[in-house]
Design a protein around this ligand. Structure first.
Ligand code: F6P
Length: 337
């Protein structure tokens, strides 16, 4: 059995640990051949495929990024009625047949899952593994990369506390998450944020202003505001800038903004993410060995299982107001807007 493996979409800590999990299980346990496809689906268009051996897998467990490279290539996307200059689906299928690949393992987030589902529809055997710091893949409780991003963001929030209190300022920190507020919720709560704004919960600037003023009355002349990048803003402003300006207007407090950015995606994965990635990689290989294709590996409770790709592709997993961290946060006086 020959399997191809690719990584697509934004990178995150833990991808290399998954590649290692898939390949070591495939080579050592199942005696399969594994081929690395460079730069996501673009590698299938360019026939950029190399064999992976045990020696290619050394030192991967704690290494950030992806040794295979990634891209946001979407080969099945059609732009309006404009005819595509190249028949990308045919190019992909050609590489897969020419290389004799029996299955493609697609490691990626929501965009990748949509493409993987299309590849499966086109008759290719596919198994997907969810990967994203945003934790917004529907069907898995957690995707690897999320825990690492939360830990980096929490560390940043911890650091903002001391400077906020020294200068008696309001510190606004913007974290990633695309359209979901998972990173903001988990890092905001772990970092002791006073106000946490998520795209899923509408907010009221007067209430946010009152929260900051009430803290002053209680002898706390500084505040930490954690905002998800996906919250609605005006005039095309970035989340942190928008909220910082609105807070200054509402309260007159001196406010500073920090956009954490790509730091959240870089570097070594946490122990939790290494183990999750390893387990998911192993499970993907097991699915292939059993001939169970068209599935996405998923963490459900403590168990690694899988769900049909068609069921998850195109759906976002968003934070809901009844999440226990939100309920608990509200009880402790955290303002969610
Ligand atoms: O999906 C991961 C993510 O880091 C999001 O949190 C962020 O919005 C986006 O990718 C950034 O994308 P790009 O790498 O294309 O700038």
């Amino acid at each position: 059995m020959k399997i191809g493996i690719l990584t697509s979409g934004g990178d995150c800590p833990g991808i290399n640990a998954t590649i290692r999990g898939v390949c070591k299980t495939a080579i050592n346990y199942y005696g399969m051949e594994v081929y690395g496809i460079h730069s996501g689906f673009r590698g299938l268009l360019d026939n950029d495929v190399i064999p992976l051996t045990e020696s290619s897998l050394t030192g991967l467990l704690n290494m950030g990024g992806t040794i295979l490279g990634t891209s946001r290539e979407k080969p099945f996307r059609r732009r309006g009625n404009v005819a595509m200059s190249e028949d990308k689906p045919a190019m992909l299928l050609n590489t897969i047949h020419e290389r004799g690949l029996d299955c493609i393992v697609c490691i990626g987030g929501n965009g990748t899952l949509k493409t993987a589902a299309k590849l499966q529809e086109a008759g290719v055997n596919v198994v997907s593994i969810p990967k994203t710091i945003d934790n917004d893949v529907w069907g898995t409780d957690i995707s690897f990369g999320f825990d690492s991003a939360v830990s980096i963001a929490t560390d940043a929030i911890d650091r903002l506390h001391s400077t906020a209190s020294s200068h008696q300022r309001v510190m606004v920190i913007e974290v990633m998450g695309h359209k979901a507020g998972w990173i903001a919720l988990y890092s905001g709560m772990a970092g002791g944020g006073d106000i946490i704004l998520l795209p899923e919960i509408p907010f009221d600037m007067h209430r946010i202003g009152d929260t900051i003023i009430n803290r002053l009355k209680k002898g706390k002349p500084y505040s930490i505001v954690v905002v998800a990048e996906g919250i609605p803003t005006r005039d095309g402003k970035k989340a942190a800038q928008f909220i910082a300006e609105e807070i200054e207007y509402e309260t007159g407090f001196e406010t500073r903004e920090t956009v954490l950015g790509y730091i959240q995606r870089g570097g070594s994965p946490t122990a939790f993410d290494r183990n999750l990635a390893t387990r998911m990689g192993g499970h993907a290989t097991e699915l292939i060995a059993q001939g169970q294709f068209g599935r996405m590996v998923a963490l459900q409770g403590d168990v690694i299982g899988s769900i049909p790709l068609q069921e998850t592709a195109g759906k976002l997993k968003l934070v809901t107001e009844n999440h226990d961290l939100i309920i608990q946060g509200r009880r402790m006086g955290v303002c969610f807007g």
